[in-house]
Design a protein around this ligand. Structure first.
Ligand SMILES: Nc1ncnc2c1ncn2[C@@H]1O[C@H](COP(=O)(O)OP(=O)(O)O)[C@@H](O)[C@H]1O
Ligand SMILES: [Mg+2]
Length: 369
């Protein structure tokens, strides 16, 4: 049978080819457009939220691995806005955690005022404004360390924060000084240390509140300097690992450094952490009250599923406070003349984020799960 040019069948087939080509190209084009739009907002930018508020992204309070945190004002109140590229998709976990901590009236977590995305370009959440984080505050001390009074008070506050997070069924997996900050005096929250940054948070219980089993080897997550030995072994992390990070953080705060401060290689840092428990133990604990040794022994004795003995650890810290005649009322080392310490500008740091990243190392988010 001869084929008649431009017969209805042939035209239709041509069209199908065209349609097929468009269908194949379309997702690519769409992705390119989306990728172009997928971005971080700039300082000074403005957007309108669902409630009709004009949100102006003022000073940058911090920029981390995945996004920027800005200062803004909503209804005359200074607040913080954390942003990330739309595709990053780590904020939904943070929002989930903050909504639960708010529902459960947890004390050590920011209030979440609003969240959403701007034209699918970037995601945002508006949360309580805090003071400078503990990493910056320590770096700004002339000695680069905190007194035993401030260190032990921070220990109690941050342990309570971690216990609250665990009590709602979540792990942080990134406990470190730059993820804690005191509240502001202006809001009468300066006596409380808040925990934030739940980009790596993970549920460790199932729907029926049963503890999940260890998944074995899962890859590295968290920050090398504060990572637990299990993280170095790429093992699944549990509540005990959050406490191990917390412990390294406290040592650094009081001594001014951890022995592996200048090491960047993960394996070398892991070795140094083992050395600090064995031959290097006396040296590691030299400048610390004896209770620190007991606390590390407790943490090291916990298995993946063990519920840490928060109360006993708090008791040991209070013992240190009693032995050192620490006063009951809070006076943080960073607090200068009380009458002057009230500026909201206190929240804006003098230490650049690049300097912090270079020093402390970034959170590793490549192996999520
Ligand atoms: N609510 C807040 N108030 C003031 N500063 C904040 C607030 N949240 C974060 N920051 C600052 O921004 C930095 C980065 O925020 P964070 O939530 O830790 O994000 P990242 O995932 O980038 O580490 C923090 O270390 C802190 O200095
Ligand atoms: Mg952080």
């Amino acid at each position: 049978m001869s084929v008649i040019p431009n017969s209805p069948t042939l035209v239709a087939e041509e069209n199908i080819e065209k349609i097929r080509a468009v269908v194949e190209i379309a997702p690519r084009v769409h992705r390119v457009i989306l990728e172009k739009k997928d971005r971080l907002p700039l300082q000074g930018e403005m957007f309108e939220n669902d409630k009709g508020h004009q949100i102006v992204l003022k000073q940058k309070l911090g920029d981390g691995a995945m996004g920027h945190v800005f200062l803004t004002e909503v209804d005359g109140r200074s607040v913080a806005v954390k942003t990330e590229k739309h595709s990053t998709a780590m904020l939904p976990m943070e929002i989930k955690v903050l909504l639960i901590t708010m529902r459960e009236n947890c004390k050590h977590f920011c209030r979440i005022y609003d969240y959403g995305n701007v034209r699918r370009e970037y995601n945002y959440m508006i949360i309580s404004l805090l003071g400078r984080d503990l990493y910056r505050l320590r770096s700004e001390m002339p000695t680069r360390s905190f007194s035993i009074n401030t260190t032990t008070k921070i220990a109690l506050e941050t342990l309570e924060a971690i216990e609250e997070l665990h009590s709602i069924g979540y792990l942080s997996r990134d406990v470190k000084p730059s993820n804690f900050a005191p509240g502001l005096r202006d809001f009468k929250e300066h006596k409380t240390i808040f925990m934030f940054d739940f980009g790596l948070a993970k549920k460790y219980v199932d729907r029926e509140n049963r503890k999940l089993k260890s998944r074995g080897e899962v890859g590295w997550r968290g920050t090398v300097r504060y990572g637990s030995l299990n993280a170095h072994k790429r093992l699944d992390l549990g509540r005990r690992d959050d406490l191990e990070c917390w412990f390294y953080m406290l040592v650094e705060m009081h001594v001014g450094e951890v022995p592996w401060r200048f090491l960047t290689d993960r394996a070398a840092v892991g070795k140094a952490k083992i050395h600090a428990r064995e031959e290097g133990r006396a040296n590691f604990f030299f400048k610390l009250p004896k209770q620190f040794d007991t606390i590390l022994q407790m943490i090291d004795s916990y298995a993946f599923e063990t519920r840490p003995e928060y109360r006993q650890i708090k008791k040991l810290i209070n013992e240190i406070r009693a032995e050192n005649n620490c006063p009951n009322h809070i006076h943080w080392d960073w607090q200068t003349d009380e009458s002057q310490y009230s500026e909201l500008t206190e929240a804006v740091s003098v230490m650049s984020d690049m300097a912090i990243l270079a020093e402390q190392g970034a959170t590793n988010v490549t192996d999520r799960g």
